[in-house]
Design a protein around this ligand. Structure first.
Ligand code: 13P
Length: 343
């Protein structure tokens, strides 16, 4: 029986579960592998993704995995398609469908995401390959008083809504990701005002383009100080200001918010999610979950080091990180739990 968009979206934010973003483009995964001195060959990328997707117990904490074009067509080391391996773990396969960013014409520092041409046909193919949800990331840069411009916000929101409408047309749940970057030295106040502007414009476009809000998920940045800001806002302030921002912009019909980690450390990303889930339920009309890339993979990559002999250990490290984020969905994470990390 075909599941409705709403049923798939709800399954992706089921209690205690979140999404693994393993959709790094070839360029990005090459950087990640380089950080552990592993060459980015197709075989090494397959070995790494195989490590993640076959990790024992991952299905207890992970509802869905976002794949990349190469990976959705690839088999695991046992010869079965990665999509089948994920399904056997009870995990829903998803796919990144944007084609990355290029410079926004007429703007010095801003970006626009590409990939709308032929998207309907690509989505139909991805659906046949097993994808039930998709991701499209828009990148919003904060720089001085100029960026982001309304031009950048509007063109990116228009593309996000076009993508979301196309996904829903073929029965795929769109994850709408307008990422306000943490790069720079701006304060949490600036992040808050830019995130507010961004989300207002995004939801306006989603409405204009008739996107069904209960059949999508939002992947937002947290309201947070920039990486190089001297005054780093504490966890409680991040949680309170983030929720205040989403309450002013995100309709409660959206089943869930699945956060990106965006350069936060693993512990920070987990602690911030935990703190949000500790705030009064009346402030959380949506499920608050994760769709982390780096914050689920950093210590796993470091544990693996590209060595066959380290696979089992790296899988334990990965499962532990998943477990901690699962705890954060219930507000049950505590920094002491970090000590249980396999060594
Ligand atoms: P990070 O959690 O590493 O920011 O990645 C999430 C993601 O999917 C960005 O598009």
């Amino acid at each position: 029986m075909t599941q409705s968009l709403n049923q798939i979206a709800k399954a992706l934010v089921a209690p205690g579960k979140g999404i693994l973003a393993a959709d790094e483009s070839t360029g990005t995964i090459t950087k990640r592998l380089k950080s552990i001195n592993v060459e980015s060959t197709e075989t090494n990328r397959q070995a790494y993704r195989n490590l993640l997707f076959t990790a024992p117990h991952m299905g207890e904490y992970i509802s869905g995995v976002i794949l990349y074009d190469e990976t959705i067509r690839q088999n695991g080391l046992n010869g079965k398609a990665f999509t089948e391996i994920l399904k056997s773990q009870g995990v829903i396969p998803g796919i990144k469908v944007d084609k990355g960013t290029i410079a926004l014409p007429g703007s010095a520092d801003e970006k626009i995401t590409e990939g709308l041409d032929g998207l309907h046909t690509r989505l139909e193919e991805y659906k046949k390959l097993g994808a039930q949800f998709a991701k499209w990331r828009a990148v919003i840069t904060i720089k001085g008083n100029e960026s982001p411009s309304d031009y950048c916000l509007k063109t990116n929101a228009h593309a996000l809504a076009r993508y979301a409408a196309l996904c829903q047309d073929v029965g795929i749940v769109p994850i709408v990701e307008p990422e306000v970057l943490m790069d720079g030295d701006h304060s949490i106040d600036v992040c808050e005002s830019v995130t507010l502007r961004t989300l207002h414009i995004v939801f306006n476009e989603l409405y204009n383009q008739r996107v069904q809000l209960d059949g999508m998920l939002l992947k937002p940045n947290m309201v947070i100080s920039a990486l190089n800001c001297k005054k780093q806002a504490p966890t409680k302030e991040i949680a309170e200001r983030s929720l205040a921002c989403y309450n002013r912009t995100v309709p409660s019909a959206v089943p869930g918010l699945v956060f990106l980690s965006g350069g936060q450390s693993e512990n920070q990303a987990t602690a911030n999610l935990n703190e949000m889930n500790l705030l009064p339920a009346a402030l959380r009309p949506w499920e608050l979950s994760f769709s982390y890339g780096r914050a689920l993979q950093q210590s796993t990559l470091a544990a693996w080091q590209g060595k066959e002999s380290q696979v089992k250990f790296a899988q334990e490290v990965f499962a532990h990180r998943c477990r901690l984020n699962s705890a954060a969905r219930y507000g049950k994470y505590h920094p002491d739990l970090e000590k249980e990390m396999p060594k």
